[in-house]
Structure formats: C-alpha cells, structure tokens
Design a protein around this ligand. Structure first.
Ligand code: NAP
Length: 474
C-alpha cells in the first residue's frame, strides 16, 4: 500500500467500525493500492438498519436538516482538492473532471437543503365537492422511513450525494452501500456529514459483498425505499425481489445525438467531442451514437475527428489529461472486443484504438445497427457516427434502443427541436446541447430499461416522502 493511501472504516450509528477484514482499493490507472476500507457484510448491514431505524424515532426538524446539508456543502468547499484527488485516485477519473464532480456535490447538497426548508404538503380544495362542504383538507409530507442506497463506481461522490442529501432533506435516515471499487469518496462524505453535526444513525455506510448487503436492504421491512444507481440486471432484480418497497432505479443508456443539416456543425462537433469521452465514456449519458444528416455528414466528420484526436489521454492525476483509463481490465477487454467485432462487421475506424493499456477516444463509422457498440451500452470511450436522410430517420434510429435516459438534437429549426422533444422516447431531451448535460437541480432519470424515477433533490425528496391526507370538520 502506498504511503499516502487512505485507511477508512465503516460508519454505523455514528461510530467508525473495524471488522478485521479489509478491502483494498486500487487505482485503475497504476494498479497501486490507494486505500483500504474495513469490509462488512450482512451482520454490519443489519446493525446499520437497526441504527437507522432508531434514528427515525428522533426526527430532526427540517431547519436542522437544512443547516447540516449547507454545512456539508461548505466542508466540501474547504476540502475540495482532497476530495477531488480521492475521486481521481479511486475511479481513475481525470483530476479536472474530479474537481467538477466535487463542485457538483456541493451544489447537490445546497439544492437538497433548499428542499428541506420548503418541504410541505398541499391544500386540497374540499369545497369543490358537496361532500367536502365545511371541511378543511390538506396533505403532510412524511419521511418514508429508512432509505437503502446503492451507488455505482463512476460518480463515486456526486451520485452518493444525490442519494444521501435528498434522503436527509426528506427526514429519512440512510444505509448506504457504495461501489466496492470506489468506496473512499463515500466515506469521505460521511466524515463531513458527522463534522457537520449529523446525529448518530442518520447515515450509515457499509462496504462489502453487494449481494449480502443488498439482501438485507431487500429483506428488512424497515427499509422502505431502495434507491439504486447502476446496471439494469442488478437494478431490475432488486425491484423484482422487493415488490412492496419503493425501488427507485437510475440505470444505463445508449445515448444518441442527432445533428440536423441546419445545425451549427462546428458547435455541435465541439460539444459532442467534449462530452462523449469525459471520464472515458463511463457516464450513463455519455454520447454513444451520433446521427448526422447527409448534407453535413462529411463536414461534421472533418470537424469532430480532429477534436477527438486532440484530447489528451493519460494519467488521471495530470492536470492536462482529458481521458484516463476505464475502471478495470474486464471492462477494457470487453470494450476492445466490441470495437473489434464492429470492425469485423465492416465498421471504419475514424479515430482511436489502443494506446498501450489505454483505449484512446474511438470513433467508428459505417457500423451496422445490430453491433454491440450501437445497440448496447458501451460504457467506454467509443462513439459511432451514422449518416441519416432526415431528422425523422434520426429520431426513429435514436429510439431504436431498449434504453431511454437522455437524447439530444442539434438544429436551428424550432420545428425540428419541438418534434425531437415530442418524439424522442427518453427521460430528457437536449437541444443544441450534448445529451451528456446534467445540472444537479434538474429532474434526471430514464424510462424503458433506463429506470423508473427522477433524481435531482426536488424530485428525489418527493419519492422519499409519503403524502398523508388530513381532513378536518370545521
Ligand atoms: P453495478 O455493477 O450494477 O453496481 C452498482 C452498485 O450495485 C454497486 O454498489 C454494486 O456493488 C451494487 N451491486 C451489485 N450487485 C448487487 C446485488 N446483487 N445486490 C445489491 N447491490 C448490488 O454498476 P456499475 O458498474 O457500478 O455502474 C455502471 C452502470 O451504472 C452503468 O450501466 C451506468 O449506465 C449506470 N449508471 C446510471 C446512472 C443514472 O443516473 N442513470 C448513473 C451512473 C451510472 P459492488 O460494487 O460491490 O459490486
């Protein structure tokens, strides 16, 4: 273990717990151990749920919750560079992207604090019906109960923030299971929560075997909601096994963008090259399929490919690096295999390929639609370019996926923009912006195989509360 490596323990009921068993966290770039974390299992998960259930018995007033969330945002600001380095070390994320992620987490906590302060029900217009005459009706928003949160490796800080912060805003204690490859940022945030004054039991973090900890969250009736971000098989499996809980799923995508003939091609190429390869394409909304109307196809290729080739590939710790490694060797060989399969099926390599152990930002043309790089989620630095005859064809082909998270169109025509907004079957549609765009107050989430909910503090808080109707006879 490197001398600078971090050692962290589990957080249960306000205490840092050792288990005698340790999980090593390795840099996806160098393979060096960057940290070790106490490893728990079902027993620790049960203790964590006990602690969260006890915490629920001593509700925290909304203004206190808001104050704590604001303090966490401030503490992130104070230790911003340290948190960004932690994200970069454990995820292999280029440091400049890791800094953005840390800043976004501040924003997520700040927006969640606002939601805590304004959490309220609604008046019900009782006199609208004869039966309601003389009655006063309104709803209260009550915390749903203990929230079980499971987060992925790719945004190990901000996607944890998107689970913890709204849950606390809603008044729900949390049991968090972060990804085993990237638990350090989550435990870093947990430390800040305690420093901000979060009472014991309100946040518990258990790292360890996913199925054991997941089983406890599924089987314990006191866990009322599971919020999961990750792959579809795991997510939908959790929902099937917990039909009586709210199981909120944020899953994958095969993100399409359409470039219409009337678009500003240079601007579209700049936005798409910049966002398709951020964190080596390992974002659920990384642009993967680009459909370009034939009259501007060559111009787009000429503008796009040099921008992609200009991206700096290398050590994530380096300030200049745009694209680092993918998370592990398994992902790397799968992505390389998919690229090779596409080439064997007739695809043209317009940019990229391997550079030592790293996959350079890769652009493929002439890829048949049934190739995995087209129809599955690559989750790697690969983009497929396709000429199309019309915006209509672009919309149809963009929709030709089981996924539905975000999609985008570049066009100067209001009609095309509105048609895309109307017809693209996705949870979010961007116009003249890459569909990889996300700002943390937005409602963000997919339909079809991409999930069943919206995150963003205002939306997540709604999911994490129950509406109780009160009727009073005057
Ligand atoms: P993953 O393998 O599904 O893992 C996600 C989390 O689920 C990890 O904490 C993992 O734990 C846990 N897990 C695995 N098996 C489990 C089980 N049987 N029961 C309970 N938990 C279990 O996904 P990933 O590889 O980390 O993330 C990549 C995926 O996430 C991609 O598909 C991406 O599109 C999606 N994603 C979606 C969004 C969104 O907002 N829509 C955002 C980011 C990522 P271990 O680490 O211990 O295995």
């Amino acid at each position: 273990m490197a001398a600078t490596a971090t050692e962290r323990k589990l957080l249960i009921d306000g205490e840092w717990i050792e288990t005698g068993d340790w999980l090593e966290v390795r840099s996806p770039y160098s393979g060096d151990v960057v940290g070790r974390v106490a490893k728990g299992g079902a027993a620790e998960a049960r203790r964590a749920v006990d602690a969260a259930a006890r915490a629920l018995q001593s509700p925290l007033p909304a203004h206190k919750r808001a104050e704590i969330l604001v303090k966490v945002a401030g503490l992130i600001g104070r230790r911003h560079e340290e948190l960004a380095r932690t994200i970069s070390d454990e995820a292999g994320k280029p440091i400049k992207a890791a800094r953005i992620e840390a800043s976004r987490a501040m924003s997520t906590y700040t927006f969640a604090a606002v939601e805590a302060r304004k959490l309220a029900g609604e008046m019900v217009p009782m006199e609208g019906a004869q039966a309601g005459e003389g009655k006063l009706g309104f709803t209260l928003r009550k915390p749903i109960g203990v929230v079980g949160a499971i987060s992925p490796f790719n945004f190990p800080c901000n996607l944890v923030a998107h689970k913890i912060a709204p849950a606390l805003a809603a008044g729900c204690p949390v049991v968090l299971k972060p990804a085993s490859q990237t638990p350090l940022s989550a435990l870093f945030l947990a430390e800040l929560e305690l420093e901000a004054g979060l009472p014991d039991g309100w946040l518990n973090v258990v790292v360890g075997p996913a199925s054991q900890i997941g089983d406890v969250l599924v089987e314990d009736d006191r866990v009322k909601l599971i919020t999961f971000t990750g792959s579809g098989d795991v997510g939908w499996g959790l929902q099937e096994r917990a039909p009586r809980k709210r199981v909120k799923l944020e899953l994958g995508n095969s993100t399409p963008a359409i470039v219409a003939a009337d678009a500003d091609v240079e601007a579209a190429a700049t936005k798409l090259a910049g966002s398709a390869f951020a964190f080596a394409g390992q974002a659920c909304i990384s642009v993967q399929r680009i459909y370009v109307e034939r009259p501007v196809y060559d111009a787009f290729v000429e503008a796009f490919v040099p921008k992609v080739e200009a991206l700096t590939v290398g050590d994530p710790a380096d300030d200049e690096t745009d694209v680092g490694p993918v998370i592990d060797e398994g992902s790397r060989s799968r992505i390389v295999e998919w690229i090779d399969e596409a080439k064997a099926a007739g695809a043209t390599l317009l940019a990229g390929g391997l550079e030592g152990e790293l996959i350079r930002p890769t652009v493929l043309g002439n890829v048949p639609d049934d190739q995995k790089v087209s129809c599955e989620e690559v989750f790697g630095p690969v983009v497929v370019l396709n000429p199309i005859d019309s915006v209509g064809e672009g919309i149809e082909r963009a929709n030709g996926t089981k996924y539905g998270l975000q999609a985008g169109i570049f066009t100067a025509s209001i009609d095309s923009a509105l048609r895309a907004a109307d017809e693209l079957e996705f949870g979010g549609v961007t116009v003249n912006e890459a569909p990889a765009f996300r700002s943390d107050q937005m409602p963000y989430g997919g339909i079809k195989a991409s999930g069943n909910t919206k995150e963003g503090p205002a939306w997540a808080v709604r999911e994490m509360t129950e509406e109780r109707l009160v009727v009073i006879q005057r």
